[in-house]
Ligand binder design. Sequence first.
Ligand code: ADP
Ligand code: MG
Length: 255
Amino acid sequence: MTFPAIAVKNLVKKFGDTTVLQNIDLEIPQGQVSCLIGPSGSGKSTLLRCMAFLEEATSGTITVNGEILGFTENTKGLRERVAPAANRAIRAQVGMVFQQFNLWPHMTALGNVSEALKTVRKMSRKDAEERAMAQLVKVGLEARAGHYPSQLSGGQQQRVAIARALALKPKIMLFDEPTSSLDPELTGEVLNVMRDLATEGMTMVVVSHEIGFAATVGQQIAFLDHGKIVFTGPPKEVFRKPRNARLEQFLDTYL
Ligand code: ADP
Ligand code: MG
């Protein structure tokens, strides 16, 4: 039986009295790039954070490769927490890259990529550094392995952050506006790394205002507005003839 990589069902997320995500249903197909677009404040980051279980959904369920993440609803409709060990194993399938690279300033690129392998995955220093180096090669930064974040450009720092996520061997990669804090001339190198990853068949969910990337690399586009999925479809449907007024208005701002 094959499952979607991620299935979000009837997801609601509230912060206090404010409903930020309303009854979200979304399937992330295996081995494809799904792009999430929408205006600022529409809930894109919150949805990604729920998928990575960095944020707990208020209700609804998220399954990752068929396994329920965080909470499940029992037959009485009550939420029950998934066992912590199972939850950790499910979360480990999901890697995430943020707008702010969040690198440790006191560690080299190699240190940043190998740290979690040593401390979380309990790998030996040698094995961790070998795997970290292989990931730095993959993002084209083997020559910068010994550099500290302050000695790297924003684009290089983001590539280190991608290598760090990949080193944990996730099955799904979530990207939250990975190029939004970069100077325009540095976005290309990061998008190229993501494009390569897509070509290798990585399942990806990308929040981005890079409409060109979404149109050429994305296989599914979901448009989020005021906490609701307004539209889901292949790029050619979204970009050829947006029939939804809000989507049209959004695209006018970014195209
Ligand atoms: P986007 O990523 O699309 O810009 P967000 O998911 O960051 O949107 O935010 C959606 C809404 O949720 C916004 O109104 C934001 O102010 C609110 N929000 C996000 N995080 C929190 C939080 N931790 N506490 C309260 N409100 C939040
Ligand atoms: Mg955001």
